[in-house]
Design a protein around this ligand. Sequence first.
Ligand SMILES: C[S@@+](CC[C@H](N)C(=O)[O-])C[C@H]1O[C@@H](n2cnc3c(N)ncnc32)[C@H](O)[C@@H]1O
Length: 218
Amino acid sequence: MQRVVQPEILDTLAATDPVAIANRRDLRLYNRLMGTYRWFEQKVGPSSNESNFLELGAGDGTLGLYLLRRGNLRTTTAYTGLDLISRPMNWPVSWSWLVEDLCHLSYEGIHNVLIANLILHQFSSDELSVLGEKLAASNLSTLLISEPVRKNLHIWQVYLSWLLRVHPVSLHDAKVSIQAGFRNLELAELLGLDEQEWDIHYTETFMGANRLVCRRRS
Ligand SMILES: C[S@@+](CC[C@H](N)C(=O)[O-])C[C@H]1O[C@@H](n2cnc3c(N)ncnc32)[C@H](O)[C@@H]1O
């Protein structure tokens, strides 16, 4: 399947729109089915005082709050969520939130761990290449990324999720996301991550997650 990047309906809706609320609820369901939260829990581990996290496309904050509940993070951990939508009501006061387009961020800050879940597939090859250059020049030393696998099997799985009363807009966005997803090490290649500079591992799961763990070589 060729990679095709198309707009997602969620990005055209106000955060308070009932359809957006239903879509974010369905995203939580998809993330649970994909084992996303547990995967990040395992990869983040117990965070040290030196860790300074930046989560791209943090949405309603579910992932960060899950890691806080599970004890991977504390309210004293340096954690910044970034999204086009505003700070979630229940986001810890000691954590930061940036309302910003991730393509416009300089990445020159003090963050050393990048978290991205179901967001990077929304960008074209050219945009990912520019982002990758910024990541390479940043202080980030760990990238933990989970994105859709671009495979027909997962489009059929999305059709099946209709049985779980997923909203039609969620079905649309999930299908579009899979068509814009990645195979194997494709995302690392599109970001231009240099294997001399980064230790890069990927996994693909039956439930459609293409995951990257990239650690900067010291
Ligand atoms: C598919 S949702 C995933 C949200 C969350 N990571 C999750 O798994 O529930 C993509 C998120 O990225 C945000 N987003 C889309 N384009 C963005 C951009 N250019 N910069 C920052 N955030 C963006 C959207 O507002 C949305 O919350």
